[in-house]
Write a protein that binds this ligand. Structure first.
Ligand code: IP8
Length: 256
């Protein structure tokens, strides 16, 4: 089984404070992935950009592209922040015994008006095939229409869901899909084609600075994929372990 797992930016960073990694969560998640890996499960790790990129991208207006040389500098700076966070993730995985290799979307993705038109995933797939753990992330990328734009890790997850992954796991900062996101919501444990429309109405945006959209936009394409998707709380890696093994716990399972 090849699992594409997205480590949400709110789990691996403090999203309200610029460039603040949550080292404890990063280490716990790396340990969890390593344990599953030793049990024979293979992974592609995608991580959010968290406060390394959402805060400066918003400040510089990067979601709508750059217009001049100053914009290029902002683009380069935000990309290097994303790389910094990715290095922290990769090192945590290596420390736990995983052969993690970083791939930065700025160097393999082209978009047109904020939609990917080219994802050069050949090397990612090759490394995955050879038993490495490819790591990639939300990033700034070239854009054929507006010079540059942002690709969210969620878009990359969708891509892997359509190509090589057999399961998608989103480790977010909530327990799964909730009927309300203000803390009083009830967990929706299963989403199938039958109840999808009803449950979508219950989902709102995320609280913090997020230039690539909140929860609703993150999940609305999932039911089009042919594979199972899990939404679980990344602050409790045990739940992710259970979810991937198909054991009961607190999480939401989307079945197409
Ligand atoms: O955190 C966003 O990626 P995400 C990337 O996966 C940037 O949505 C550059 C803000």
């Amino acid at each position: 089984m090849l699992v594409a797992i997205k480590l949400g930016g709110s789990v691996i960073t403090d999203k309200s404070r610029l460039k603040t990694p949550n080292i404890e969560n990063i280490n716990n998640l790396a340990k969890c992935i390593a344990e599953l890996w030793r049990g024979g499960i293979r992974f592609i790790v995608v991580h959010g950009a968290g406060s390394y990129a959402h805060i400066p991208s918003k400040k510089y207006g990067l979601a709508d592209g750059i217009k001049n040389d100053e914009g290029k500098l902002h683009f380069a700076e935000v990309h290097s922040f994303c790389e910094e966070l990715s290095t922290i993730i990769v090192n945590a995985l290596i420390k736990n015994g995983l052969p993690a290799i970083s791939f930065h979307p700025a160097t393999f993705v082209i978009q047109k008006n904020k939609t990917p038109v080219e994802i050069n995933d050949m090397l990612i797939n090759k490394y995955a095939e050879k038993g490495f753990v490819p790591v990639t992330h939300g990033d700034v990328v070239l854009d054929e229409e507006i010079n540059t734009s942002i690709i969210s890790g969620d878009k990359l997850m969708e891509h892997f869901g359509r190509t090589i992954a057999s399961k998608l796991v989103f480790a977010t900062d909530v327990d799964g899909l909730l009927t309300r996101i203000d803390g009083s919501g009830k967990l929706i444990r299963r989403v199938t084609k039958d109840n999808f429309d009803d449950v979508m109405n219950a989902v709102g945006g995320s609280q913090n600075t997020d230039v690539t959209g909140g929860m609703a936009s993150k999940i609305c394409n999932l039911m089009d994929l042919k594979i199972e998707t899990i939404l679980a709380n990344g602050n409790y890696p045990e739940r992710i372990k259970n979810a991937i093994k198909g054991k009961e716990d607190i999480y939401t399972l989307f079945t197409p």
